[in-house]
Design a protein around this ligand. Structure first.
Ligand code: GLN
Length: 231
């Protein structure tokens, strides 16, 4: 355990429906991020109070010091590094596009001409969609969480969703009614974040705990538990 955090309770913000990283099962918050932060807390001797706020809301709460940290499948980007301090990366990710399972018309970005796509407010998926929308002539609608985005596509209100590929793949594997049609885009790795200059002891404890869970095999066990689970 790390002396600087021993006995402390930290408030941690997260996303709502971002399986397999954070989601509810029988009412309980579970997922890779939840196991990771809880196991690191236990390893380092601190406690966590998790707040399921939504992605953009969690980032805003962190900026205004309403939470001490955020773990939310949050990509370490250059823009975010200006306002947050990130842990060591713990998972490699990237953005991908998905459409409704029965959609045979959209097979690539060039089929998006005149259409509306959906992405999560404040996410890398939204940034990526916005970066190509002028070239491919489509509109980007921002919603707050992945479940609502997927429903929007299935209801036909938007033709495609841009989200992180491990999250899309997990849902598709559980027959959520979507399919991916493009290759994944190069993306950033996920990191745990604190507000810039705040809670440095928490960030250090996260990194130490992460390294210990990696060397002890528990980190791999967490990934296996969620990523190898049969649909
Ligand atoms: N990894 C993406 C980002 O950081 C999306 C995270 C999320 O939707 N929870 O922007």
């Amino acid at each position: 355990p790390s002396a600087a955090v021993t006995g402390e309770t930290y408030v941690i913000g997260t996303d709502t429906t971002f399986a397999p990283f954070e989601y509810r099962e029988d009412g309980e918050l579970t997922g890779i991020d939840m196991d990771l932060i809880r196991d690191i807390a236990e390893n380092q001797g601190f406690s966590v109070e998790i707040k399921s706020l939504g992605f953009d809301a969690a980032l805003q709460a962190l900026q205004s010091n309403q939470v001490d940290g955020v773990i939310a499948g949050m990509s370490i980007t250059d823009e975010r590094e200006l306002i947050f301090d990130f842990s060591d990366p713990y998972f490699d990710s990237g953005v991908q596009m998905a459409v409704a399972e029965d959609n045979t018309e959209i097979t690539g970005y060039s089929d998006l001409d005149g259409e509306t796509v959906v992405a999560k407010r404040g996410s890398e998926g939204e940034t990526f969609a916005n970066s190509i929308k002028d070239e491919y002539h489509f509109t980007v609608k921002a919603l707050a969480d992945s479940a609502t985005m997927y429903d929007d596509v299935k209801a036909g209100n938007s033709v495609a969703v841009f989200d992180d590929y491990p999250v899309l793949a997990y849902g598709i594997n559980q027959n959520n009614g979507l399919k991916s049609v493009t290759e994944k885009e190069q993306g950033s790795s996920y990191g745990f974040a604190v507000n810039k200059g705040q809670n440095p002891e928490l960030l250090a404890a996260f990194n130490t705990g992460l390294a210990e869970l990696k060397s002890g095999g528990e980190y791999q066990d967490i990934l296996d538990k969620y990523l190898d689970a049969p649909a």
